[in-house]
Design a protein around this ligand. Structure first.
Ligand SMILES: [Fe+2]
Ligand SMILES: [Fe+2]
Length: 178
């Protein structure tokens, strides 16, 4: 429990400190088409950085794994959290959401439920978007004509880990270590 808490704090400070540099931006552009990039760059800087770090980790983990296509793996890393672009989530919001999700799951779920409608108060909407950012990301991606394959993968991000395919399992690992 304490180790978990410390890990979250570390994550929090790292997230505050981390910003995108030119190399990160070029990395994202190299793997995303123009519409995907526009969506990606509408995320707050710390979320962009998170996605780049996750994508690079996935590339490392996926090396030599049979049946895994490197480009798809990296693209998934970059796009897995684009649903968060639906609501402006600051680093403080994110910390509150992550901590509530972990330690007060019932409250988190209840507040998320209240944010279901598009016009809900932004306080509740943030919980909703945070909880369902996989499905919301899939929706945003389908609007820009993304392939069914990537849409399905991003959508499964909200679902239990046990239902994940090899790509998503590699994503889960990279996502949880940062
Ligand atoms: Fe996520
Ligand atoms: Fe993530």
């Amino acid at each position: 429990m304490l180790a978990r808490l410390l890990y979250r704090f570390k994550q929090f400070w790292f997230a505050i400190a981390a910003g995108m540099d030119d190399e990160d931006r070029n990395f994202a552009r190299q793997y995303l088409n123009l519409k995907e990039a526009a969506l990606f760059f509408s995320l707050p800087g710390f979320e962009q950085k998170h996605a780049v770090v996750v994508a690079r980790k996935m590339r490392e983990e996926g090396k030599g794994v049979r049946g895994v296509e490197e480009r798809k793996l990296i693209r998934l890393g970059l796009l897995h959290d684009v649903g968060k672009a639906a609501e402006r989530l600051s680093i403080i919001d994110k910390s509150v959401l992550v901590i509530a999700h972990r330690f007060l799951p019932k409250l988190y779920d209840g507040l998320a439920k209240k944010g279901e409608a598009d016009k809900s108060a932004s306080f509740y909407r943030k919980f909703y978007v945070h909880k369902h950012h996989g499905a919301i990301g899939a929706e945003l991606l389908s609007k820009i004509g993304e392939s069914a394959d990537i849409i399905a993968e991003v959508k499964s991000h909200d679902r239990p880990f046990s239902s994940h395919d090899l790509y998503m399992r590699l994503l889960d690992f990279a996502d949880s270590t940062y």
